[in-house]
Design a protein around this ligand. Structure first.
Ligand code: FES
Length: 96
């Protein structure tokens, strides 16, 4: 089990658990932290987050919504991201 700390925005300093099998998006929402999402399939980009620290694995996602120049800066899609260590992330709050 890994811990994920949100470092800015409405949910600044919130911490939630993620076991590495479920996505960041699902783990956050299960624990009451609402972050934006649309498709849950890596195609809309609404769940884009930036990992400030830690290791993670990306599932398949569209290069149209997550181009290479953003990938190298550690942007990722929460619906397709699985922690491989504790993480610190920047996340936009959502109400969906
Ligand atoms: S919810 Fe659409 S890309 Fe993650």
């Amino acid at each position: 089990m890994f811990t994920v700390q949100i470092v800015d925005g409405q949910w600044k300093d919130a911490v939630f658990a993620c076991d590495g099998q479920e996505s960041l998006l699902d783990a956050a929402r299960k624990q009451g932290i609402k972050i934006s999402f649309g498709c849950r399939g890596g195609g809309c980009g609404m769940c884009k987050v930036k990992v400030q620290a830690g290791r993670f694995e990306r599932g398949v996602s569209s290069k149209a919504v997550l181009p290479d120049e953003e990938r190298v800066l550690n942007y990722t899609l929460a619906c397709k991201t699985y922690p491989r260590s504790n993480l610190c992330v920047s996340m936009e709050a959502g109400d969906t």
